[in-house]
Design a protein around this ligand. Sequence first.
Ligand SMILES: [Zn+2]
Length: 486
Amino acid sequence: MKEMKLKLYNTQKRKKELFVPNHPDKVGLYSCGPTTYDFLHVGNARALVVGDLINRVLKEFGYNVTFVRNFTDVDDKIIKRANERGIGAVEHAQEFINECLKDMEELEMIPATHTPKVSEHMQDIIDLVQSLIAKGHAYETEGEVFFHVPSFEGYGKLSKKDLDSLEHGIRVEVDQRKKHPSDFVLWKPSKEGEPAWDSPWGKGRPGWHIECSAMSKHYLGDTLDIHHGGVDLIFPHHENEIAQSEAANSCSYCNCWVHNEFLNFGTEKMSKSLGNVVTIRSFIEKFSGMILRNILLSAHYRSRLEWSDEVVKKAMQDVERIHQFVKDIKAADIRSEEADEKTLAQIQDAYDKFRYELSNDINTSGAMAQFFSFLRDVRRDLLKENTLPSNTMIPIMDMIQLVQRTLGLIHDDPEQVLNRLQEIKKEMALEKGSLLPEEVEKLLEERKEARATKDWTTADKIRDTFQEKGIEVKDNPDGTTTWFYR
Ligand SMILES: [Zn+2]
């Protein structure tokens, strides 16, 4: 197989470039994780799944990846919710970290190498703040520590904002304690009812940005190969991370910045399929994690993804098509006939094209288009009466495994996914006034009798009812009948 090199779009350079890690085979990948004050919104799922995707694709291209995704468990929203419940903030956050981990599993995500929490890295944070003060990049006023933005020359290099325009943009009243309006908090005193940690500046807690600089340094060292997050984090979060880390470590913080676009829901009205479904959990319960994952990977990660009923419907069809195919391949016997060299070369070509799309800034929609075209060709040319030419079984399974390990869009047990899809379709059909299973069975009995007595009028009427109610009936060659919700 020809060697393919991974190219990624680097936000900082605003262009696609060949990915070159600091060490030949090892990659340090950091992804900004969620703030766990509640169940996560379905919109949060995109950054989670894209982080997982980058990890999988790096592995596919031969890298030994150390993947760090943090959990923010110290935050104003968490403190507010915890106080309402009368429990500790870290305890409240842990409950939702556990829920988030369940969602991630349903979304077919591979666990990260490390999932650090802010509350467990206070010493790293304090050490980093102290070194920033020692180097003249930060200062303390009344127990509060600020990063002094003008002290860091490269400020704005990721977001392409310059300090002057930022200063004009700040309209809030001037904070007298700050030396410059852009200065941001590294450490602040805790108020009554807030979690507090001992520090050289009194009992307090960290600002938001410092946690990622501290935790990434702890696990991945001073220079990261890739830092990922949603586009909403470019400014100020990632800009501030660069300032903190480069000022403290005196070296480049990150070689390649990768940002995913939003999943949009429209402002006017929620789509019908979503209804009250706003959390990842409620979507999974109604539709499954596999369908959500399929939606999220259907578009390139740098393209905006608009949520609609059509998008959900399309994902359901794709999930069904993929898993029906995998089920048929797994159940197929081999026949003595062998496919010719040209056919085998075509299968290899599909495999290479799929990987090429991934190498090209992880183009998941292009890769899936390649897979669907492969699937269609195999069905049309090779799969005959549940058999495959003997020498095609292994290369076809290789292709299936490639899709599975890089995109995670194929479940080990296709039957389980197909059964779940039938359940979902049944629920949706019944919501629209379709027939209950026992009603379908009763009509099938009546149809059988009508056919036996050559009563075609009744048989046709029943066929029309099925058609109208979205019931698909299949008469099998062995005389049995199967049916399902369309
Ligand atoms: Zn972060």
